[in-house]
Structure formats: structure tokens, C-alpha cells
Design a protein around this ligand. Structure first.
Ligand code: ATR
Length: 508
């Protein structure tokens, strides 16, 4: 792909005043190629000044006045909108930088006067169709309705309601002949269409400041800083090797893309990990294959669902019964699990010793995460008590390694005391910022407490343990080390130190 063909970043400005929009542009000027003035978001009194915006912005500008029915804020009639377009595009200057470079007109807004003026004075028309929920039944028809004039840029925006709809959109976009166009899927299912604008043949991707005033005005868009710093938008091209993080909606909060993409950039790898929220593992795999991906990080709740799709299961996958890493090898998928090793490395660092045999540990939980922890503790020779809400699941896991087990309730307090050198919390309790699965247990202060949760960075359990004088750690380092293991498998080389060095960033 030639440099000039690479997708660009367009900053969408949704402030209520022109001055506010210009202030925001200043923050991002060096990162973005175009700016879109969303004039529908301006206070009505500010509309009188939209003609001078391109000159003030000093960046190629797009004018959009989005109606409420299309997801915008414009509520006056079409007559008023026509006048605003005419005003903004009137009195064209000899210096093209003082004029709008593009104007966004919806497919059903036909205004020959405006269109003729645009063509004469060099403002390109973006012809847009926005489907606010779901996809049009026939994407070809919707697209063809947009592309009646050769010189217009068709822009099709859809809002997939599930991963199957996103797959339909992706398959369709891949069949389309390439031309100057913009194809976007909004919402969590459509993230890939923003991050991989070049795979969708889009001229640019839209970005928006994370917080615009009090309300987030464009929640579907990435902040330009995230696009560049987390998703290497300036580096990716048609040759970039794709890796996917396959999980449910909550993965949009995951730090895995930040870790891996930082490592890829640092090591000069033309690779990118994208979050792929899906409803089923098979949908995630389909998306990965459509994008020609070479590997994946698998997370909750698909670590077991992936097993039937593997042609190779590593020893850890077989022992744990779950897989967190896919590698494309010999034309099929090989499955690995780096969780047990990742936990072991962070645990030994935390405990400050390599030999923890005989350590008496309580493991709270018996789900997917706990299964990897149990294997790691078994390998290191710890003596373990497993506590779980569902007794049978705790019992089954404990029996595998000859561990003790009990039901997770206040009757277990005395047993915890006997297994209290180390306490590992591996349930999902505490993720929402509250809840402590062993609130019945009183810390002595000598326990070392490991909570696998890293968001929030301190759960209620960790806060209580710290207050009692215990040493504590959250799951961030384990995340880093299991990610380092994934890098090694994907790149077939030792992981860079960056995985051990990156500090946990603040999450909103
Ligand atoms: P993960 O892959 O994150 O471990 P999981 O396999 O669904 O997810 O396991 C979640 C763990 O959290 C299980 O041990 C679960 O206990 P159950 O086996 O009884 O389901 C535990 N868990 C979830 N919610 C819980 C709650 N409110 N109280 C106690 N344990 C809970």
C-alpha cells in the first residue's frame, strides 16, 4: 500500500462552540489528518460562524450537519439545514484551505444547488447512509443507492447487533471492489472496522476525544491517542499480521491490546492485536480467519469452547482443560495455555523465592482461571485447599491434584487458617468494585494475598488484607507474563522485557 493510500484519522468535533472545537483540535492536531465539524452539535447561535471554520482550523475539514433520525442532534427542518449548508459553502476562497474539503450529505438529501456549488469549487461530497440499528437487509442495494455519482465518496455506517451481523458486514466489504469509500461498523462488535480501516477500503477512520464536555458524544469512536498509542494506527498497513483477542463485550476493557501492541511496536513487528468481542467462539474464529489472522488470545468465556477447533493441544491445555492462545501452524490451529506459567512467574516474584514447596495455600474458586492456578501450585509443590461456591466443581478440581477442598462459606474460616501462607482469589467476585468472597475470614497479617482481578486494581479483598498488614498483589503482572508467553508462541522468539516493565495504566 502506498503511503498516500493509507487510511487517515478524522477527528470528529462535537463541541457546543467553535472555540471549544478548536481547543480540542489543538490537543490532537499532530495526530489527525482531517477534522469533521459536527455542526449539529453546536449551540444555535454558533451556527452563524461555520463558514470561517476551515480557515481557523488550518486542517482539511469535513462539514456534517447530522439529523436526529440519523443519530445526530439537528432538530430544525430541512429548509434550515439547506440554508446552513449553503452558508458554509458560500463565497469560496481562492485558497482552497479556507473552504470545506468535504461535505457529508445523507443519501436522501438531494440539494442540486449545494451539490453544484461543491463540484464547481472543489468540495467533495461524501454520500452517507447510516443504519442506527443492525444492517440493511441488502447491503449491495444500500451501497448502490449511494454510488450514483462517480465523484462522490460513499459512506455506509452500520450498527451490528451481534457478531453474526458483523461477520456479514465483513464478508460483504471484502467482496466489494476497492474505491474511495468509507465503510464503518459502530458499536462494540464493529471495533475492527475502525482499527483496520484499510482492510475495509476506507479512506479514513473517525476518532473522537474520550470525553467531550460532560457527556461522551461519540461513544463508538476511539480517542486519537488510543488509535496511535495502543493500536499503532500509524504503522499498520495491508501487510500487518492480525492477532485477535477473542472474548465477550468486557474485553473492550482489557489491557492485552496495550501490552501486545506496545511490544510489537517496540520490536518492530508488523503485527496488531485487536479486540474481537463476539457471542460465540466460532464467530471469533471466523472473523480471525476472514482477516487472515495468525493467532489469538482467548479469554472468558471461550477458553473451553475453543478446544474442538484445535488440531494440536499443548500439555498444559490437556491438563488444565482450557486454552488461552491460538497459533496458526501448518494450516491449522494449535492451542496453548500460558496462564499457569504466567501465574507461576508472578507468584514467585511476589513471594521472593523460587522454591515454595510445602507452602500452604488457599485457592478461592474452581472456574477457568482457578484451573490454571491449581496446576501451577501443584507443580511448585504447594499444599492447597480449594474453596468454591459450587461444591462439586471445587471437589473435582481438588481431586485432580490431591488437594483439600471445602464449600465456600463461613464454616471454612478455620480451614483457611490452616492454609494461610498464601491466599489466591480466582473467582469473579470483586470485579465490579465490590464483594469479598472470603469476608468471613479475619486476616492475621502474615498471609500473602494474590487476587487475580486487576480491574479494579485493588478489590475489597485486597484492601481488607492490606489494612490487616498482609502483603498483596493483583492480577496485572500475571496478565503481563501470560501475554509474554503468547508473544513467544506467536513470534517464535523470546519475549521482550517490555512485558515485565510496563506499569499498570489507569483504567477509566
Ligand atoms: P473464570 O474463567 O474467570 O474463572 P468461570 O469459569 O465462570 O470464570 O469461574 C468463575 C469462578 O467464580 C467460579 O469458581 C465461580 O464459582 P461457581 O463454580 O460456584 O460458579 C466463582 N463465582 C462466580 N460468582 C461467584 C459468587 N457470587 N460467589 C462466589 N463465587 C463466585
Amino acid at each position: 500500500m502506498k503511503e498516500q493510500d493509507k487510511p487517515k484519522i478524522c477527528l470528529s468535533l462535537t463541541g457546543t462552540t467553535i472555540a471549544e472545537d478548536l481547543r480540542i483540535l489543538e490537543r490532537y492536531r499532530s495526530l489527525v489528518d482531517y477534522v469533521e465539524l459536527r455542526a449539529d452539535c453546536l449551540d444555535p447561535s454558533e451556527r452563524f460562524y461555520i463558514r470561517s471554520f476551515p480557515e481557523k482550523a488550518g486542517h482539511p475539514c469535513i462539514l456534517t450537519i447530522r439529523r436526529r433520525q440519523d443519530g445526530g442532534k439537528f432538530e430544525d427542518g430541512e429548509g434550515v439545514r439547506l440554508v446552513l449548508f449553503a452558508k458554509a459553502l458560500s463565497f469560496p476562497m481562492a485558497d482552497a484551505n479556507a473552504n470545506y474539503a468535504f461535505v457529508d450529505l445523507e443519501h436522501d438529501f438531494r440539494a442540486p444547488v449545494v451539490e453544484e456549488a461543491c463540484r464547481t469549487f472543489g468540495t467533495r461530497i461524501i454520500r452517507s447512509f447510516i443504519s442506527r440499528t443492525g444492517l440493511p437487509e441488502n447491503l449491495d442495494t444500500a451501497y448502490e443507492n449511494l454510488t450514483q455519482e462517480e465523484d462522490e465518496i460513499p459512506k455506509l455506517v452500520v450498527h451490528p447487533q451481534n457478531s453474526a451481523e458483523f461477520i456479514r458486514f465483513l464478508e460483504w466489504s471484502q467482496r466489494r471492489p476497492k474505491r474511495a469509500q468509507i465503510l464503518i461498523a459502530n458499536g462494540p462488535y464493529g471495533l475492527a472496522s475502525h482499527l483496520l480501516a484499510w482492510r475495509f477500503g476506507s479512506l479514513w477512520t473517525y476518532a473522537s476525544p474520550r470525553q467531550c464536555g460532560k457527556e461522551t458524544t461519540a461513544p463508538d469512536l476511539f480517542d486519537p491517542l488510543d488509535l496511535v498509542n495502543i493500536y499503532n494506527f500509524d504503522l499498520v498497513d495491508a501487510d500487518t499480521v492480525i492477532y485477535a483477542l477473542i472474548g465477550q463485550h468486557s474485553i473492550t476493557q482489557s489491557l492485552s491490546p496495550y501490552l501486545h501492541n506496545t511490544a510489537f511496536r517496540k520490536m518492530g513487528k508488523n503485527a496488531l492485536l485487536i479486540p474481537t468481542p463476539v457471542d460465540s467462539f466460532s464467530d471469533g474464529l471466523r472473523i480471525l480467519e476472514l482477516l487472515g489472522g495468525k493467532g489469538a488470545a482467548i479469554t472468558v468465556p471461550f477458553k473451553e469452547d475453543v478446544l474442538p477447533f484445535l488440531s494440536f493441544h499443548s500439555t498444559d491445555v490437556q491438563r488444565i482443560g482450557a486454552c488461552n492462545t491460538l497459533v496458526w501452524r501448518n494450516s491449522s490451529w494449535a492451542g496453548y495455555n500460558t496462564d499457569a506459567d504466567g501465574f507461576e512467574r508472578s507468584l514467585l516474584e511476589f513471594m521472593g523465592k523460587q522454591d515454595i514447596s510445602g507452602c500452604r495455600a488457599t485457592l478461592v474458586g474452581a472456574g477457568g482461571a482457578a484451573k490454571s492456578i491449581a496446576l501451577a501450585l501443584f507443580r511448585k509443590g504447594a499444599r492447597v485447599l480449594i474453596l468454591n461456591r459450587t461444591y462439586s466443581a471445587g471437589r473435582d478440581l481438588a481431586r485432580k491434584y490431591n488437594f483439600s477442598y471445602a464449600h465456600l462459606d463461613d464454616r471454612a474460616a478455620d480451614q483457611i487458617s490452616e492454609y494461610s501462607n498464601l491466599i489466591v482469589q480466582a473467582t469473579s467476585v470483586g470485579m465490579k468494585g465490590e464483594g469479598d468472597p472470603i469476608n468471613f475470614y479475619e486476616f492475621k497479617g502474615s498471609e500473602m494475598v494474590f487476587d487475580l482481578i486487576y480491574h479494579p486494581s485493588k478489590t475489597a479483598l485486597l484492601k481488607r488484607a492490606e489494612a490487616a498488614g498482609c502483603r498483596t498483589i493483583n492480577g496485572y503482572k500475571m496478565l503481563c507474563y501470560q501475554a509474554a508467553g503468547q508473544y513467544k508462541l506467536w513470534m517464535n522468539e523470546p519475549p521482550p522485557e517490555i512485558y515485565a516493565q510496563l506499569e499498570q495504566p489507569e483504567l477509566s
